[in-house]
Design a protein. Sequence first.
Length: 64
Amino acid sequence: MARAMMEYTKTVLDKVSFDSNLFCREVQKAVQRLLPYEVEELKIFILSLVQQNPELNQCLVYLK
């Protein structure tokens, strides 16, 4: 079940990556829902999205 939530979160973040405000909101929700080791995995995923969309860089503050 936990793995399914992680995959769902990645899918949602990928789909909303066009809007940085919406992306930041979804990152905040994901950090609250996921387990600590999953947040670390999510951080790696988000860093790869930031390389493609630099405007998403502002959302990294929610992962610290």
